[in-house]
Design a protein around this ligand. Structure first.
Ligand SMILES: Cc1cc2nc3c(=O)[nH]c(=O)nc-3n(C[C@H](O)[C@H](O)[C@H](O)COP(=O)(O)O)c2cc1C
Length: 187
């Protein structure tokens, strides 16, 4: 963080074009506070995890993801909820990136948010993701929780986040992530 701009890597757990979660990540990029930048990772090309493949070397999309995570000052993970947990594509990307050497999640500040058409706003998926954060020694911020329920009422047909309360919450989350990252930075 030499220039004191907090560089955030966004990771979206949905691959579909019209994804509410991708739309929420786009909204975050509009709501960045001063001193923060955001780029989005691509996890679509990560193959299914296979230890035999890893032994032969990380596939290029995984290597790229690992390098992007390592280079970021902080992460913003935006996850749908699939069957009360995070989607397989997100878990698969985390599993790949988490393998040694130099596990890039170690000590990384992270913010989590998620959107669903359901009523509980991805709370269960976020809870499972937080469990993975513990094992990988990521440092997630606790508050605010950004649980975007009934997403179909909060985004318009173009995928723009129209719900002001949710926009305010995401803005608060980003400020919290920026400040948390500065607090954790080596002095
Ligand atoms: C396999 C699958 C499982 C799902 N399970 C849940 C669930 O447990 N809880 C929930 O709120 N929504 C669930 N949903 C609905 C998703 O939250 C909804 O499809 C959401 O729009 C996905 O995120 P996206 O718009 O970013 O792709 C599920 C959808 C799929 C495809």
């Amino acid at each position: 963080m030499a220039d004191s701009v907090v560089k955030v890597l966004g990771i979206c757990g949905s691959l579909r074009k019209g994804s509410y979660n991708r739309a929420a990540l786009r909204a975050a990029s509009e709501l960045l506070p001063d001193g923060m930048s955001l780029t989005a990772a691509d996890i679509a090309e990560c193959p299914l995890y296979n230890e035999d493949v890893r032994q032969a070397g990380f596939p290029p999309p995984v290597q790229k993801l690992r390098e992007a995570i390592a280079a970021a000052d902080a992460l913003l993970i935006v996850t749908p909820e699939y069957n009360y947990s995070m989607p397989g594509v997100l878990k698969n990307a985390i599993d790949w990136a988490s393998r040694p050497p130099d596990q890039p999640f170690n000590g990384k500040p992270v913010a989590i948010m998620g959107a669903t058409a359901g009523l509980w706003g991805t709370s269960r998926a976020q809870y499972h993701l937080r469990q993975s954060c513990v094992f990988l020694n990521m440092l997630p911020i606790n508050k605010p929780e950004v649980l975007i329920a009934q997403a179909q009422n909060k985004f318009d047909a173009e995928g723009r986040l129209t719900d002001q309360t949710t926009r305010d919450l995401i803005a608060q989350l980003l400020v919290a992530l920026r400040d948390w990252t500065h607090r954790l930075a080596p002095r």
